[in-house]
Design a protein around this ligand. Structure first.
Ligand code: HEC
Length: 397
């Protein structure tokens, strides 16, 4: 009963996370596009800097953007902020439910660093907060005046932190924390800078004061950062189910490549939307970095000739799987907290194992994603044995 309930809680939070995430990123993409689609026309009302005609869902929309604000503020003004806040809240709950409550399984890898779960969780949470503080201070420092220098320093720090995480957590925990850190910075930008600044501007306008242009400028800067960070975060969130990314020994470099790909693709669309043409030359750059990420995910190649690979009997393979995997992957798992086989994957008999051969290769041979957190202490020799067995065509006798 209990594990089933935890699964439901996890599923519902994940559902909320995806819905709020879509709403947030969707509205953010929309406004970026809207901004870029504004055109100046003759006879626009006073204070209007541009307008855009759009058609959607059977109706026509006539959008107008005021350079600062309309002379009279409308009584009803729609804000866009809760999407971002709830994306973070649901994301953090999910992180806590999976990675913090089951730190031994998802967050810690004793071969990386054999730390106590409490300490690991503390490092995780503290790093998210510290990451934001450092980024925020950088933006507010003199460096923040120079967008190119700031981006370069920010990028290098992000790569350094991604590498740092791999020295503390399991591959999966490290990857997820890099994504969570970027996501936290993005939401904190909305919560601490963009929305409060906007509120000050509105308050100034109501009081008849001229708003400080720095408020709008700072908000815009953070909003541009968020724009470039969106795609990499989404990659991290979905890559969770692909051990070739987070389990690669180059996982932090894969992430670096993806940050470049995401940034370059966003840049292409930003230029295009701004009417600066379709800069197709950017695409091969994104493609090259994507290929580099794929290359970095490849398992080390063995140059041992087939006949030199020792023969492995199925009995031996069976023994390894029985000892290391079936506590969880059985119709009746015995590992605490599991009442059903995780992912529906079962290794109870020969047919079960046979059906799962490709997945055993991805999860336990090409990567060390399984056993989770290596709780059953599978040895490298045993992985090697499985690898030899697979190389010899996985014989079932
Ligand atoms: C501590 C329990 C535990 C042990 C031990 C364990 N697994 Fe898993 N396994 C899981 C969980 C939990 C999942 C669920 C998927 C997830 O969230 O990644 C899973 C998923 C899988 C999947 C499906 C992955 C996918 O995304 O399709 C495979 C294949 C797998 N395990 C293989 C193995 C193999 C092989 C071993 C032994 C070498 C093993 N597991 C040991 C808990 C375990």
């Amino acid at each position: 009963m209990y594990p089933l309930l935890i699964d439901w809680v996890g599923l519902i939070i994940r559902w909320v996370h995806i819905i709020t995430g879509i709403a947030w990123i969707g509205s953010s993409f929309y406004f970026i596009f809207l901004d870029a689609s504004l055109r100046q026309r003759a006879a626009m009302p006073d204070g209007v800097a541009g307008e855009s005609w759009q058609v959607h869902g059977g109706g026509f929309y006539h959008m107008q953007k005021y350079a600062t604000a309309p002379a009279d503020l409308p009584a009803e003004l729609h804000w866009f902020k809760y999407e971002a806040y709830f994306t973070w809240i649901s994301g953090f709950l999910l992180l806590a439910l999976l990675y913090y409550l089951s730190a031994e399984l998802f967050l810690i890898d004793p071969e990386v660093w054999d730390i106590n779960a409490g300490v690991a969780v503390l490092i995780g949470v503290a790093s998210l907060a510290a990451g934001w503080v450092v980024y925020d201070q950088l933006c507010k420092s003199p460096l923040g005046q120079n967008e190119t220098a700031l981006s370069a320093v920010g990028f290098i720090l992000l790569v350094a932190v991604s590498w740092g995480y791999t020295q503390v957590f399991s591959g999966r925990g490290a990857f997820m924390h890099s994504g969570a850190l970027i996501g936290t910075i993005m939401v904190a930008n909305v919560f601490f800078i963009i929305i409060p600044n906007q509120k000050k501007v509105v308050a100034d306008l109501i009081a008849g004061r001229t708003p400080d242009p720095a408020l709008g400028r700072d908000g815009k800067q953070r909003s541009v950062h968020n724009n470039y960070l969106t795609l990499p975060v989404l990659f991290v969130m979905v890559s969770n189910h692909y051990p070739m990314t987070f389990e690669s020994r180059w996982n932090w470099l894969i992430l670096t490549c993806v940050i470049v790909v995401g940034g370059v693709v966003r840049h292409f669309y930003n230029l295009k939307n701004a009417g600066k043409g379709e800069q197709y030359w950017l695409m091969p750059i994104a493609g090259a970095f994507m290929l580099a990420a794929i290359g970095l995910s490849l398992p080390p190649r063995s140059n041992v000739a087939l006949e030199d690979i020792p023969e492995v009997s199925f009995t031996e393979v069976r023994r390894i799987i029985d000892v290391r995997c079936t506590v969880c992957h059985s119709a009746t798992p015995t590992f605490e907290g599991f009442d059903r086989p995780p992912g529906g994957v079962i290794f109870d008999d020969m047919r079960d194992i046979q059906r799962s051969i490709p997945r055993i290769r991805t999860q336990a041979v090409n990567s060390r994603a399984m056993p989770l957190g290596n709780v059953t202490e599978m040895t490298d020799t045993e992985r090697q044995t499985l690898s030899h067995w697979l190389a010899r065509g996985a014989p079932l006798e």
